[in-house]
Design a protein around this ligand. Structure first.
Ligand code: SAM
Length: 342
């Protein structure tokens, strides 16, 4: 386990793309304050791989943006041409039908928002309680905190779309994490339990119902129990802090459990999943009551395999990077779905 929290000094090493470099902990770990960075061969390879990955990601993003711009432009032209090619009367009709379409779409959207609010309010009273424990912000670098915030946005968006959502909690929501979350547009309107105390304080009267989910537990989760409160470590650490949540739960004397992944699939890397994958799996399980369905729906294909090969930290790095791409894609949706006035 690394000695100093936040040892990952992201951004300290230059990247070709000028983009974020959340994986530079290893490089940072091998240099001292006085010396210029000295990288081991392994670290150089990892850094080069990371740089290639970031460059490809930036290229893909730019290409997608350009394609979207072209598509918008094509549609606009098409529309203008169709307006120009008709009589004044037909033009009026076209404009009118477009206005109606827009109105319908807006009404549909606001109805959906209303339904979502309703579902989340019901979940507050009767849903499965799921806590994201945010007491680890001091162990993450700014990129990792950013990544966690995106994962939380994703969790909120996915939960809101569920027919029977869970009741999500964010505990120890203070300091850096709180500031980062408050920067999400509309965060103050989220229907979620925002709690600045830790879960152990806020839920002290239900301590025996707390179950910390951790891949390091020896207990395998078999069912979800509505009476229990499942806690997920709000941590993006490339498993640098292996075992930290298990240790915390054991010290606090609360139950722990790991997802029964091994009963249903073999993984090409470790069984440590990201926060949003775990939340999604729980939600899928609540919907289907089938772990297998939940795992296959959420765990990416390339994380599964037929062999028993051991996972490594690098897999987790890429997992989280790719996850962030998905999260970014859903980020806009999440912001759009924020109730305008709750
Ligand atoms: C990225 S992991 C953090 C890993 C961290 N080193 C730890 O010790 O928990 C984020 C959280 O997701 C949950 N999690 C991830 N994989 C899990 C699994 N296979 N079973 C149960 N919980 C899991 C845990 O709550 C974990 O803290």
């Amino acid at each position: 386990m690394p000695e100093s929290p936040g040892g990952g000094d992201a951004g300290a090493l230059p990247l070709t793309t000028g983009e974020k470099n959340p994986q530079s902990e290893e490089a940072a770990a091998v240099r001292s304050d006085a010396d210029p960075p000295v990288l081991s061969k392994n670290a150089q390879k990892k850094l080069a791989k990371q740089q290639r990955f970031e460059a490809q990601k930036a290229e893909k993003k730019a290409a997608a943006k350009e394609q979207k711009r072209r598509e918008v432009e094509r549609k606009r032209k098409e529309w203008e041409e169709s307006l120009a090619s008709v009589t004044e009367e037909e033009r009026e009709k076209l404009l009118e039908s477009r206005r109606n379409l827009r109105k319908e779409r807006m009404e549909k959207r606001s109805q959906e928002k209303e339904n979502k609010r309703e579902r989340l309010s019901v979940a507050r009273e009767q849903g499965q309680n799921v806590v994201v424990d945010l007491q680890f912000s001091h162990l993450m670098n700014p990129n990792e905190i950013h990544s966690l915030v995106q994962q939380i946005m994703y969790c909120y968006a996915v939960n809101g779309r569920c027919a029977s959502p869970a009741h999500l909690w964010l505990t120890a929501c203070d300091g850096e994490m709180d500031s980062a979350l408050k920067r999400i547009p509309g965060f103050d309107k989220w229907i979620i339990e925002k709690e600045n105390r830790s879960y152990i304080e806020a839920l002290c009267d239900r301590k025996e119902d707390l179950v910390y989910l951790t891949a390091d537990s020896e207990t395998v989760l078999e069912e979800l129990d509505l009476k229990k409160i499942y806690v997920i470590g709000g941590l993006v650490d490339r498993n640098r802090w292996k075992g930290i949540t298990l240790k915390k739960a054991e010290e606090q004397g609360i139950q722990t459990a790991k997802l029964p992944i091994g009963n249903f699939m073999k993984m090409s890397s470790s069984q440590v999943l990201t926060v949003n994958q775990v939340v999604e799996i729980l939600l899928k399980f609540l919907e289907t009551r089938e772990w297998k369905t939940a795992f296959y729906a959420v765990i990416p294909q390339r994380k599964r395999c037929q062999s028993d090969s051991e996972g490594n930290a690098e897999d987790t790095i890429e997992e989280e990077e790719e996850q962030n791409d998905n999260v970014t894609a859903s980020k806009k949706k999440c912001i759009e779905e924020v109730p305008s006035n709750s």
